[in-house]
Design a protein around this ligand. Structure first.
Ligand code: UDP
Length: 208
């Protein structure tokens, strides 16, 4: 029996790029999909926020307007989710991709109810497009969505955020989670992602 019922994982663009550092490394993405599949088969509900740094970050350009640059970054996260969710389907998982803004028929518009329903049905739910606002990052989106979907725990690159029941406390901001603990450092984003999946699977982490 898995310790966590619902987890939110952050998958950075860098992790998707593998050794290439840019674009997608298909072997890496397939391995990520297989790792997540083992969690789903263990009964864990998995949601994933993807970054976009393998294509573009708002700070990439020193020339264009920052809001426009961030919009490009958010679109990069959508490309990542469309790609990765299909890799996940290839290994036999069911997926859905949700965005905070309309992307035609490519994605569904995010709603908490739809996301929770899909998670309870065993789908891996991807949250693309970050928060939908410039001047934020997908790390912010990770914490935000984790609170919204009532995840037990979320992870963004270096920190665990234990959320159990904390979403119900009024007046608690996302920066108040002082109990966030480092779960990995020194490795690549992919190494850290792998560590996180292993820890969830082994149920050995003490999130305090
Ligand atoms: N972004 C944004 N608002 C958000 C999330 C992301 O404007 O809520 C933009 C921002 O330009 C960011 C880019 O999307 O640099 C890619 O996201 P991020 O840098 O978090 O990706 P990662 O480094 O994790 O791959």
């Amino acid at each position: 029996m898995a310790k966590y019922k619902r987890v939110l994982l952050k998958l950075s663009g860098e992790a998707l790029a593998g050794p290439n550092k840019t674009g997608f490394d298909e072997a890496t993405c397939l391995e990520v999909a297989r790792q997540v599949k083992s969690l789903v088969e263990d009964g864990v509900q998995v949601a994933i926020v993807t970054g976009g740094g393998n294509f573009w970050r708002g700070r990439t350009s020193e020339t264009i307007d920052r809001t426009k640059a961030d919009q490009i970054g958010m679109l990069a996260t959508v490309m990542n989710c469309v790609y990765v969710s299909d890799i996940f389907r290839y290994v036999g998982l069911k997926t859905s991709v949700m965005t905070p803004f309309v992307c035609g028929a490519f994605t569904e518009l995010f709603s908490k109810d739809k996301a929770v329903k899909a998670l309870e049905a065993g789908e891996v739910v991807f949250f693309a497009g970050g928060t939908g606002h410039p001047y934020f990052s997908t790390d912010t989106a990770t914490v935000l969505r984790a609170i919204e979907i009532e995840a037990d725990v979320s992870w963004n690159e270096t920190a665990w955020y234990p959320f159990k029941n904390q979403h119900r406390r009024s007046g608690r901001g996302i920066n108040d989670h002082a109990s966030a603990k480092k779960c990995g450092s020194g490795g690549t984003c992919y190494d850290v992602f792998w560590t996180v999946v292993s820890v969830i699977a082994d149920q050995t982490v003490n999130i305090g």
